[in-house]
Design a protein around this ligand. Sequence first.
Ligand code: NAD
Length: 500
Amino acid sequence: MSKKNYSYWLKQSEQLTFARQAFINGQYCDAQSGATMEVTSPRDGKVLTSIAACDETDVDLAVTAARHAFDSGVWSNKSPKQRKKVLQKFAQLIEQNSDELAVTETLDMGMTINDSSNMNLPGSVECVHWYAELVDKLYDEIAPTHPNAVTRIHRVPLGVVAAIVPWNYPLMIACWKFAPALAAGNSVILKPSEQSSLTALRVAGLATEAGIPDGVFNVVPGYGHTAGKALGLHMGVDALAFTGSTRVGGLYMQYAGQSNLKRVSLECGGKTPNIVLADAPDLDAAADGIVLGAFSNQGQICNAGSRLIVERSIKDALMEKVLERVSLLRQGDPLDPNTEIGPLVDASHLSNVARYIDLGREQGASLQAGGQKIEPLSGNCYIEPTVFTEVSPEMAIAREEIFGPVLSVIAVDDLDQAIEVANSTVYGLGAAIWTSHLLKMEKAAKAIQAGVIWVNSHDHGDISSPVGGFKQSGFGRDKSAHAFDKYTEFKTVWVNLSGV
Ligand code: NAD
């Protein structure tokens, strides 16, 4: 039996101390205004600590430090091999502190310790290692222009990159952004979500310990409408790498337009369909994928398979399997490694999710499971995994991102209708299809507008394969070598050789 049982994690949680200050120019510091934000755990509603609440003054200090570091060449002019060594050390330090970071994440935003320690932390460490390893294996290009010219195409860093991230996988999504941005030679300012800043603040100190020079990696915790907006509008920021809601993604495009046309990349919301056709090779595997896809991290995943689109002839057989699995999900304290469903991120988000459940009922969907708030611990953040059938594509629960544990089941007659329904939202992040028919699989993969299509699986991923959206799910890609496109610019150098 693993030593990392419930009592191990409880003990870890009791021993925690938190990094509470912003990290600017290699130093932990309070917000200049002295303002702080209280951090409350959704696990039990208890106050964990309070942290710096940065505003535009702090953002300005961070941008000045980041710009100075970039212009000095202390990082941007290091050889890729030197940057690789430092980033490898950074990854090692994150790994050495994995248990502490995993518990911190669980307390801060409610992710189960299982996800946090077995997925979020290993994924974060792997990501930083992967970009460290990649950066000294990228070659520039020579364009085939003319015998009397050498035309080089270089990838160069952009300068100061602001990474703005959400609360659902706080550290891993931050790593998806800062690791390639730093590897490419940029200076980075990370703005974590006000609902989940603790791990970002902790790893800031590890960056310095790893050898990242002062000013190259900064963390400014704060509210979106103050710290986030200040980064969006700052004339000294060269690029915004955003993950979050579609609504706020749109604001960042406005901020860029109102200021210096800084480059924007957006990873936004989703309403992922899981299409199950009558010829699916294994209904048990499909039911497993559907339940995992809809309810992991309490459904708070951009790619959550929140719509099940099922061919009518197998609907009853599939739903029996899905509902049985849902009834077995273990819900409770996220620090217990046996828990599969923990709390939502906070009580106000729970109210949003509950409102959608009410809407589902009012609009005529049939509640098959869940729907109730529960109170395994205090704090008002727990709600049962919820399943609606008889959902039609026009209903709010079929179209809008709920970002909670709510599965909407829509029955269709055939693949063509399934594709039409799958494409009938403003989102296009991911989609899955379960079929054993090669041509149907290819047809769906071609016709569905989404950044990732899974066949006979759901939400599988690897650091080597890109994620990102079509339509209002955004543009630009995280993960894989393609992420460098967000953090580098091409520079052409044309050397005239005539007369040589
Ligand atoms: P959010 O949009 O509310 O917040 C994201 C970030 O933007 C936070 O750091 C927040 O402080 C900041 N922000 C909020 N209001 C702002 C404002 N007025 N001006 C400037 N900045 C502001 O999103 P969230 O609730 O933290 O996260 C959930 C959303 O993130 C969901 O829509 C989910 O689908 C999306 N998400 C997308 C991906 C992806 O890869 N596509 C991954 C994870 C989460």
